[in-house]
Write a protein that binds this ligand. Structure first.
Ligand code: HEC
Ligand code: HEC
Length: 216
């Protein structure tokens, strides 16, 4: 029997949707569901993965939605991914930290083989975040860089400002603001006495000063 590429992609998409439905069911039944639901924010969809038809993307869709929302490879820089994947795979094999919680969740959780794990790491590293080089942006350690520095390194390394143009950054920052609310981190819209004031306008202004110039 022969399948067209479109049919195969459809089968893969249905399989991914199955994994996600299965994970939703697991969270709904677990007393720890609300905690698991907040580990990573929603909104990053399987179709948004880079090289969506590659083996690496398939493996992420298969293994990395079993306990939380889909991770974006661009969330972390390359060096960070191997230890994160080690931690996750240990859990999938039932020997991670958070033992009891994970054991209760483990029914039906699948772990990748060693070879699949290497392919996952290679894929995540290939599409990883490019970190900010502090030598290039000394302002990050000055008062003008402080709101950006404090707000934007809570979940991952500081991103290279050259990733986006000054026009593009505010949309990304608005998304991060939603993530902060979702993941329960410090958000800077309402200043709380005694907490650092992380004003979104100051963060956008810092990024705009160092952003990539738009193509002429
Ligand atoms: C068996 C359940 C389980 C599976 C499957 C799983 N994770 Fe996780 N993941 C967790 C738990 C629990 C946490 C929160 C605690 C922590 O960060 O270790 C987490 C947190 C995360 C975080 C946020 C913390 C950080 O360091 O940024 C990322 C990113 C992540 N996982 C990526 C992945 C990737 C990539 C995969 C697939 C290779 C995966 N996870 C598969 C349970 C799992
Ligand atoms: C509460 C955790 C959290 C905080 C704080 C945070 N981020 Fe993120 N960031 C994420 C997550 C989760 C992703 C992956 C999902 C996504 O791309 O939306 C991500 C991905 C990114 C990416 C790569 C995604 C892309 O499409 O290019 C950039 C750039 C980024 N963040 C910039 C920032 C900036 C700038 C700040 C400070 C305003 C910030 N982040 C603060 C959680 C956070």
């Amino acid at each position: 029997m022969r399948f067209s590429a479109a049919a195969l992609l459809f089968v893969a998409a249905v399989a991914a949707a199955d994994e996600i439905a299965e994970a939703r069911r697991r969270w709904a039944e677990s007393p720890h569901g609300p905690m698991l639901e907040r580990i990573l924010p929603p909104g990053y969809e399987p179709s948004m993965l880079p090289e969506p038809r590659s083996r690496g993307a398939q493996l992420v869709r298969r293994y990395c939605v079993q306990c939380h929302h889909l991770p974006n490879p661009a969330m972390h820089h390359a060096e960070k991914w191997p230890p994160v994947v080690d931690r996750m795979v240990a859990r999938m094999q039932g020997r991670g930290n958070m033992g009891k919680l994970m054991v209760e969740m483990m029914a039906g959780v699948q772990a990748p083989t060693e070879e699949e794990k290497q392919a996952l790491v290679a894929y995540l590293r290939r599409h990883a975040q490019k970190p900010l080089d502090p030598k290039r942006y000394p302002e990050v350690f000055q008062p003008a860089g402080e709101p950006f520095r404090l707000a934007c390194n809570q979940c991952h390394v500081l991103p290279d400002p050259q990733r986006y143009t000054a026009r593009e950054w505010p949309k990304v920052v608005a998304r991060m603001e939603r993530h902060m609310e979702w993941m329960n981190r410090v958000v800077g819209t309402r200043p709380v006495p005694g907490e650092p004031q992380l004003r979104i306008e100051d963060i956008n202004a810092f990024l705009a000063r160092h952003a990539r110039k738009p193509a002429p």
